[in-house]
Structure formats: structure tokens, C-alpha cells
Design a protein around this ligand. Structure first.
Ligand SMILES: [Zn+2]
Length: 97
């Protein structure tokens, strides 16, 4: 929770700093750590309400490790309209802080 608070309360951080969301995930099967960073400028899909107004952004990534392990790691990230992380889910692995 402290991590989220830090992101939200960035009063001195210019918006441009949020163009890249750093993210590391760890494979559930072999333990390999994979860089799953998200480019907020071209990897996000817009989420709109019934009036067509953008209410937030969504990103879904599927990753495979580089080794012989075939475990797929799927990450779903939900951002608000300011491209700040609201929610995240993972299958096949875990988030590395
Ligand atoms: Zn693996």
C-alpha cells in the first residue's frame, strides 16, 4: 500500500515521468524474473464510459521466460484517466517489488 501512496502523492513529479511504468514479474514455475515494464504511451487501451469519455486505461500482457520453461505469465493492469495504476492482476507468476 505504501508503494501506491507514493505513486499517487507525487506532487513534485511531472506527468512526463509516468510515461513508463516499471514492472517486474517472477515466473511461478521456474522463478525467472522478467522485465514487464509498460510503455504508457503506446501499450495502453482506452476504457470509455457510455458517453465515449475516457475513464481510464487498460493493459494486458502475456510473457514467456527465456529459458526452457513454457509457463505463460499474464498481467492485467488498470489505470485511471491520469494513467496512474488502479489495479493489477497476474496469473502464472507474481509481482516483484
Ligand atoms: Zn518459468
Amino acid at each position: 500500500m505504501g508503494f501506491l501512496k507514493k505513486l499517487m502523492g507525487g506532487s513534485v513529479t511531472p506527468a512526463a515521468r509516468f510515461n513508463f511504468y516499471p514492472l517486474m514479474v517472477k515466473c511461478r514455475r521456474c522463478g525467472e524474473v522478467i522485465n514487464a515494464g509498460v510503455n504508457l504511451n503506446n501499450e495502453l487501451s482506452e476504457t470509455c464510459n457510455a458517453n465515449g469519455i475516457v475513464t481510464g486505461y487498460f493493459c494486458r500482457k502475456v510473457m514467456l521466460g527465456t529459458g526452457r520453461c513454457y509457463q505463460q505469465i499474464e498481467v492485467s493492469l488498470t489505470f485511471d484517466s491520469s494513467r496512474r495504476l488502479k489495479d493489477r492482476q497476474i496469473t502464472g507468476g507474481q509481482f516483484v517489488e
